[in-house]
Design a protein around this ligand. Structure first.
Ligand code: SF4
Length: 281
């Protein structure tokens, strides 16, 4: 029986097709962190408001349906504002550019790629905004990102130096992380960044050289594996590396198996050394 009391689909839903069972969808409520497998017809009925009370109650329990989408949005905004108000920490992801020296086939920024760099005016506005957070007594962490953030090294160092200076005047902490493809991370760069308060570098390896080079070549088409390994060798006593779980697992496999013996012994040692410097092992 169709209900007279109609609930609406949450605005915080993501749906994915489920290859193992055609006709089913995985529905993820980002607001609740709940995931459920549904017939696509159930979702269509929910959209067309044709579900029974019992069906609606079940879906409401896991946040797929809500009484009022606007109220839900307002609730979420309040939650974030309250979290930010209580936090003693200000964290921001800073996109330095949308340019890159690699041409990974799966690059999700592909459509936006180009010679697009943060302008000095935007950098000033950023420092101004972060300084205001420092004046509120907050510790700040900036994660620098791209494209390839190291293509904007001069500006990135300038931002970090100004923020660090402001924090030291105010008696708060400023720290920085770098997300990079690691091809430009020379020893000299790593040393400079460390002195400015950079605490970690996140990078990616996609597998052994044949796999990685295919997926993450330079723009010229040349593989990037060897350059990354050289840079790890040069910087792993200075830099703390952080790896995504998937990269960590791949690196572990490369080290354990090296099944095709595609990595020369000295490079294997370098990888091992870098692996041991990963802070999130
Ligand atoms: S390193 Fe990152 S930004 Fe550069 S091409 Fe690869 S995925 Fe895109």
């Amino acid at each position: 029986m169709v209900s007279e009391y109609i609930l609406e689909l949450s605005i915080y839903l993501k749906t994915y097709s489920y290859a193992h069972e055609p006709g089913k969808l995985l529905v993820y409520s980002t607001a609740r962190g709940a995931i459920v497998k549904l017939d696509s017809s159930v979702l269509a009925d929910a959209r067309d408001q044709k579900l029974s009370d019992q069906e609606q109650a079940l879906l409401a329990k896991i946040g797929v349906l809500v009484p009022d989408r606007l109220a839900e949005q307002e609730q979420m905004r309040t939650l974030f504002e309250e979290g930010n108000r209580r936090s003693r920490q200000f964290t921001a992801l800073v996109t330095m550019n949308l340019d890159c020296n690699l041409a990974c086939g799966y690059c999700y920024e592909d459509h936006f790629r180009g010679k697009r760099y943060m302008t000095p005016e935007t950098a000033d506005l950023l420092v101004q905004y972060v300084s205001a957070q420092i004046e509120r007594g907050l510790d700040v962490t900036l994660d620098f990102y791209g494209g390839e953030a190291l293509l904007s090294l001069t500006m990135m160092k300038d931002i970090a130096a100004r923020v660090r200076h402001k924090a030291s005047e105010a008696g708060t902490q400023a720290s920085f992380n770098l997300v990079s493809n690691a091809t430009l991370l020379t020893r000299e760069v790593a040393q400079e960044l460390k002195e400015l308060g950079f605490v970690s570098v996140r990078f990616t390896i996609d597998g052994p050289p044949d796999v990685h080079n295919l997926q993450r070549p330079f723009v010229s088409g040349k593989g990037s594996f060897d350059r990354i390994i050289e840079n790890l060798d040069q910087t792993c006593d200075i830099t703390r590396f952080e790896l995504a779980t998937s990269t960590l697992a791949k690196l572990k496999n490369i080290l354990q198996e090296n099944s095709k013996n595609t990595i020369k012994p000295h490079k294997h040692c370098i990888l091992e050394k870098a692996f041991l410097h990963c802070s999130n092992l």
